[in-house]
Design a protein around this ligand. Structure first.
Ligand SMILES: NC(=O)c1ccc[n+]([C@@H]2O[C@H](COP(=O)([O-])OP(=O)(O)OC[C@H]3O[C@@H](n4cnc5c(N)ncnc54)[C@H](OP(=O)(O)O)[C@@H]3O)[C@@H](O)[C@H]2O)c1
Length: 248
């Protein structure tokens, strides 16, 4: 068992991370590899292989807007879980919100199923409920609306697969991401007030959620995250206990 963790944990895990050169992804990779877990990092740019390898991962170059499911399945085969931490990023337009934030997340699910990987952790975003049912929130930039729509569509597709038992899905909706140092303390609930959270704390919560994968209910787990007062491990342990599953 890992000292200080909220839940018992047995053995190393193998996690495949899409968007492995992203800021959250690199923090997550280092947390996992430093404790002895295996990480496969999917990157689009061959120039990012050295950084991701230095983080301790096995890097695989795959463009999630160009690859097919079989190619991505080959990259994630053997993993216990996949994490989608990719994103089209701040400089991109509405079209890439759809091709990355929605379609690449769904492609990763297709690949996981093909490869027999059951666990899927989606880094989504706070605020997606504002576009549910085709709603257009007032005063919001149209590219951001496209981003929220893409994230919501990815969530809905993944949770549908969770409901039919095809994947064990955890959706994490962080608030505004900052590059502040980690606090180790979070507010993690099904619904939280708008706020921000350091990427390092998002990464720490992802580790705990991966460890708690056995307690994900059929139909999936959906959580919002901002900075708070509760240690990350305790927060995830509380959620897992509430869901009533076996921890580990
Ligand atoms: N910014 C916020 O406040 C906020 C809030 C809530 C949630 N989020 C979400 O949190 C997640 C992590 O955010 P972050 O800031 O850590 O992300 P990030 O640093 O922008 O990293 C995103 C990664 O996705 C990769 N990517 C883009 N297109 C790709 C493709 N076609 N194939 C493979 N990889 C591709 C990028 O690679 P390249 O470098 O090659 O482009 C990049 O490494 C994202 O999903 C983001 O939408 C962000």
């Amino acid at each position: 068992m890992r000292a200080g963790a909220g839940l018992p944990r047995f053995g190393a895990v193998h996690v495949a991370i899409a968007g492995a050169h992203g800021k959250v992804a690199r923090l997550l990779t280092r947390l996992l590899t430093e404790r002895g877990d295996e990480v496969t990092g999917l990157v689009r740019d061959p120039g990012h292989v050295a950084d991701v390898t230095a983080d301790g991962a096995r890097a695989v170059v795959v463009d999630l807007e160009a690859a097919g499911a079989a190619e991505v399945a080959g990259a994630v085969r053997g993993a216990d879980a996949v994490v989608f931490a990719a994103g089209a990023g701040p400089g991109s337009g509405a079209a890439r919100k759809d091709t990355v934030d929605r379609a690449a997340a769904v492609l990763l699910a297709d690949a996981a199923e093909l490869a027999g990987v059951r666990g899927y952790l989606l880094v989504s975003s706070f605020g997606v409920d504002a576009v549910r049912g085709g709603a257009t929130p007032e005063g919001v930039d149209e590219v951001f609306v496209a981003y929220l729509r893409a994230k919501l569509a990815a969530e809905e597709e993944l949770l549908a697969r969770a409901a039919s038992g095809r994947l064990h899905v955890t959706v994490l909706r962080p608030g505004g991401l900052t590059d502040e140092p980690p606090t180790g303390r979070v507010h993690l609930e099904r619904s939280v007030e708008r706020g921000s959270v350091p990427r390092a704390d998002v990464a720490a919560v992802c580790v705990e959620l991966l460890d708690a994968a056995a307690s994900v209910p059929v139909g999936g787990r959906l959580l919002e995250l901002v900075g708070g007062e509760e240690p990350a491990g305790d927060a995830v342990a509380r959620v897992a206990a509430h869901d009533g599953g076996a921890a580990g």
